[in-house]
Design a protein around this ligand. Structure first.
Ligand SMILES: [Zn+2]
Length: 372
C-alpha cells in the first residue's frame, strides 16, 4: 500500500498519485488502484490542473469517476516520445519533459520519467519488472538518474524471491486446465487478494484456458471500461466455469463442494521463497495456493537499482523495515562520494606521516607502520 505523499521535491506544484493537495497545478496518475487515486473522486471538480495519464487509465477515470476530457492530458506509453508539459506555479512557468514507460503492474499502469534541464527523475508507481525485460528500458541507462521514487512494497528480506509472472501464470493455468478437464461439473473459484491486482492474470487465464472469467458485480461495473478486458470478463454466472471472488463475496462458500477448486494466488503468503522452490501448494484436496505478485521481489528491486544506478532513492512504501533493508545493500552515490573523499583524506594523512617518518629516519617506526 503506497504511503507516497505525492510530492516530487524537484518540481513544486505537481502532485503524483495524490489528489488531495489542491494548490497543485499539474497531476499525474500512474495507474487506477485506489491507493494511488486518493482524493480524486472527492476533489475532481476542484483540481486546478490537468491529470497526466495513459490512454487506458483515462478511459477508466472518465467512465468511473466522471472526469471530463478537458481535465485530462493523455500521453502514449513509449520511450520514443518524451512529452513537454508546462504549468504555472507561484507565478513561474515550468516545463517538464515526461516519458511514460510500461510498469507491468496492471492494465494502463505506467512509470513516469521526469526530466528538467539538469535533473532526471523516475517515479515507478507500482511495478513488476524482471531483469529479462531490462533491455526495453535502455532509455533509463543512457542518462544519469538523479532520483528514483521506488515501489518498495516488498523491499524486505522475507520476500527475497517470487517466481516471474510468466511462471506463476503457467502454473495457475495448468492447475485450472487440469481441474476443468477432470469433470464437466468442476468449477474454479479464484480468491483475489485485493479488489484489483489480478487483471493481467485474468487476461492470461481467458487466453490459455479458453474460458471467460465471471467477476462480482462491483468489479464488472469497473472492468467494463477496460477494452482490453472485453474478451476476458463474463457477466453470465450460469455459463461460466471460472469465477473471481473478492473478500466481500468469497466467505469460503465454494470450498464445501468437492467439484469446486479454490485458487488463491497471492504474494504475502509466500515468505522466504527461493529460486527452484515449489511455489504452489494444495490443502484439503481442493484448495490451491500459488505465488503470484504484481510487485517486484527484493531480488528484482536490487537488480533494478543496480541497473539504474540512481543517485538518490525515495521509498514509496516507507517504514522501518523497508528503510533498513535498503540501507543494508545500497548507499546513495552522494554518500559514496563522501566516503571516497574521506578515504582519500585518510590516505593523504597516512602519506604525510610516512614522509615525516622517512625524513626523521625513524626506521623502527617505519617498519611498524608498513607492517600495519
Ligand atoms: Zn497498484
Amino acid at each position: 500500500m503506497s504511503t507516497f505523499n505525492g510530492v516530487i521535491n524537484e518540481f513544486p506544484g505537481i502532485a503524483v498519485d495524490l489528489f488531495e493537495v489542491l494548490t497543485s497545478k499539474l497531476f499525474f496518475l500512474s495507474h487506477c488502484h485506489s491507493d494511488h487515486m486518493r482524493g480524486l473522486l472527492e476533489n475532481k471538480d476542484k483540481l486546478l490542473g490537468k491529470i497526466v495519464l495513459s490512454e487506458i487509465s483515462a478511459i477508466f477515470v472518465k467512465k468511473q469517476f466522471g472526469i471530463r476530457d478537458e481535465q485530462l492530458y493523455v500521453l502514449k506509453v513509449s520511450d520514443e516520445s518524451p512529452n513537454e508539459v508546462s504549468y504555472e506555479y507561484e507565478g513561474k512557468e515550468t516545463t517538464i519533459c515526461v516519458t511514460l514507460l510500461p510498469a507491468q503492474h496492471c492494465p494502463g499502469s505506467v512509470m513516469f520519467l521526469f526530466q528538467s534541464e539538469d535533473k532526471n527523475i523516475l517515479y515507478t508507481g507500482d511495478f513488476r519488472i524482471s531483469s529479462c525485460r531490462f533491455e526495453k528500458y535502455s532509455i533509463l541507462t543512457s542518462l544519469t538518474l538523479h532520483e528514483l521514487y521506488l515501489d518498495s512494497t516488498f523491499l524486505t528480506k522475507e520476500y527475497d524471491y517470487f517466481p516471474t509472472q510468466v511462471e506463476s501464470v503457467r502454473e495457475i493455468c495448468s492447475l485450472i486446465n487440469k481441474w476443468l478437464n477432470e469433470n464437466s461439473d468442476n468449477k474454479v473459484f479464484i480468491k483475489a487478494p485485493a479488489q484489483y491486482s489480478l487483471e493481467f492474470l485474468l487476461m492470461n487465464i481467458a487466453r490459455k484456458c479458453k474460458e471467460k472469467v465471471f467477476v462480482p458485480e462491483q468489479l464488472q461495473d469497473k472492468y467494463i471500461y477496460f477494452e482490453v478486458l472485453d474478451d476476458v470478463i463474463s457477466s453470465n454466472k450460469f455459463n461460466s466455469r471460472i469465477f473471481l471472488e473478492t473478500g466481500d463475496t468469497f466467505k469460503g462458500k465454494a470450498s464445501f463442494n468437492p467439484h469446486n477448486m479454490i485458487l488463491k494466488p497471492s504474494a504475502l503468503f509466500w515468505k522466504r521463497l527461493s529460486k527452484g522452490d515449489k511455489f504452489s501448494r494444495v490443502f484439503d484436496s481442493n484448495e490451491f495456493r500459488v505465488a503470484y505478485s504484481s510487485h517486484c521481489s527484493l531480488q528484482e528491486l536490487k537488480e533494478f537499482i543496480e541497473f539504474l544506478k540512481p543517485v538518490k532513492i525515495f521509498l514509496n512504501v516507507k517504514n522501518s523495515e523497508t528503510i533498513q533493508t535498503l540501507n543494508s545493500f545500497w548507499k546513495s552515490t552522494e554518500e559514496k562520494e563522501i566516503e571516497k573523499e574521506d578515504l582519500s583524506g585518510k590516505l593523504e594523512q597516512f602519506q604525510r606521516r610516512l614522509d615525516r617518518i622517512i625524513e626523521t629516519s625513524d626506521t623502527k617506526m617505519l617498519t611498524k607502520r608498513i607492517k600495519l
